[in-house]
Design a protein around this ligand. Structure first.
Ligand SMILES: [Cu+2]
Length: 117
């Protein structure tokens, strides 16, 4: 029958990939392990920052103007950074995902950290 071979192939493929817990681990990430976010008067630069799991983002608060970094509540989100100026504050990300954050002082001042395996 014509469909026998494709079916056999599919069965093998499913057997190879269907393990779930036995699936191979992700290869090492090519994403950086560190990144820096700076702040203009009302913007995080860059808006989106990508790092590897276990990586650290440094938030650089400028002198002369207050900001904070409040993360959307979700599993793996780091501790918020309360109102700060003229300082660098690190946050480590140990779980893959996308973590949105904003500055509550400046409406529309938003950013995200994308943590990849
Ligand atoms: Cu701000």
């Amino acid at each position: 029958m014509r469909c026998r071979r494709p079916l056999a192939f599919l069965t093998v493929l499913l057997a190879a990939c269907g393990g779930g817990k036995d699936a191979p681990v992700d290869p090492p990430s090519s994403a950086p392990r560190t990144a820096t976010v700076t702040m203009l008067p009302s913007a995080f630069i860059p808006f989106s920052t990508t790092i590897a799991v276990g990586g650290t983002v440094t938030f650089e608060f400028p002198p002369g103007i207050d900001h904070n970094v409040i993360f959307e509540r979700q599993t793996g989100a780091p501790q918020d950074i309360q109102i700060t100026r003229n300082a660098s504050v690190d946050r480590k990300f140990t779980t893959k995902g996308t973590y949105a954050y904003d500055c509550r002082i400046h409406p529309g001042m938003i950013g995200e950290v994308v943590v990849v395996p």
